[in-house]
Design a protein around this ligand. Sequence first.
Ligand code: SAH
Ligand code: SF4
Ligand code: F3S
Length: 442
Amino acid sequence: MKKVFIDTLGCQMNKSDTERMFGMLSHFGYEETKNPEEAYLLMINTCSIRQLSEDKAFSQIGTWGRWKKLGKDIKIGFCGCVAQQKAENVFKRASYVDFVMGTHKLYSLPEIIKRVENGERVCECEETNLVNEDKNNDYEIQRVKSTNAWIPITEGCNNFCTYCIVPYTRGRERSRAPETIIKEAEDALKQGFKEITLLGQNVDSYGKDFKDRNYRLAQLLRDLNALEGKFRIRFVTSYPTDITDELIDTVVELDKVCEYFHIPMQSGSSEVLKKMNRRYDRETYAKIVNHVRSKVPDVTITSDFIAGFPGETEEQFEETLTAIDEFELDYSNVAAYSPREKTVAAKWVDKYIPEDIKEERFQRLNDKVKENCLKSNKKFVGREMEVLVESFYEHKGEMINTGKTRNNKTVHISCDKDLTGQFVNAKITGTKTWYLKGELAD
Ligand code: SAH
Ligand code: SF4
Ligand code: F3S
């Protein structure tokens, strides 16, 4: 068996792609190693959401390039979102790379590997915009051992938010067939996974491209909920204005679907949202979030925000801070704006916010998120909650089981027995900023 090492730098979608790559490669005599030094095939699955992520991709493979120059017999593959965007240009920057494979060509990996093994240098980055089962999809998925299985339901994005590179690296939005998704879920459950997370840039627009206009995310959730056994279902990411009443009702109705929505707002200012090409303003977002909260008991709502979007004024930035408070957002990912090639906002150079101000806003945003996360956690102290245990480890001489509640709160339970993969009831005894502390309930 030859050994393959894959370094994954991107989001859950990238992680899911990596699991598919390992699955395909296992058919060609490759076995995964966690140690790059013993690998014959070294691959990097890249992310280009920010300049920093892109730079990281090139700096990581530098080491592999040096090994190769020293005469080590290895092959190097450059994949994922930066690959899709840069194509042949990757060779200019890193001449030692043996193949570049874009996101659209994931299922061409077997042919690419054959050609690379024959000494060819390969670049496969053509945009196909195929749903991935249109390509040979006969390989099983080699999932990372955990309690949760990621299942992409849509690929790509049509929204073209002015800051975002994803529509360029992942192509147009397309939905995967329900049968394929259900089959993948059944397989994961048979393998012992206890949670299914449906993935997409915009999961709530699932099915918009189907002939059957009635088969949407709500229906998919119903079909998955009907599968046997005890397990949980989650879905990320929701676009605010695509959340339908039917979807909200389904979350309330279905026992396996968890009370958790990730609804990125991006900015609290209606003017900034307009420049971002988001299809809602502050008031509309407020209405949506309040509606979800009023219908779904104990729901956790998380968001993403960007600090220092071109032209953002201090007042507009402060509207983001007040939005987090006002809408009681339980947690948010925050990022400083990073100009991305090809995107509309990147052209507004004269409106760029100076680095120091951007950094300062980013810090204030982080502090606000922290404050609200703690506030949100405190609501659950004293409650009994169901926790799906994800891992077991020692921390300062204490044995800890860590897991999540249905509403996606992390809970640390002090207990000497390894309960990984089990659903337990925990009494919440206290809280830290990012997690709850609990003990097993009788
Ligand atoms: N489809 C999801 C987001 C996918 S990208 C949505 O619409 O919300 C994940 C997050 O990265 C985004 O929510 C955004 O907050 C951040 N992001 C995207 N482009 C960025 C950029 N150019 N600079 C900084 N953050 C960015
Ligand atoms: Fe990017 Fe906007 Fe699409 Fe999300 S919805 S992936 S932020 S373009
Ligand atoms: Fe994901 Fe980064 Fe690509 S966030 S879709 S890996 S650009």
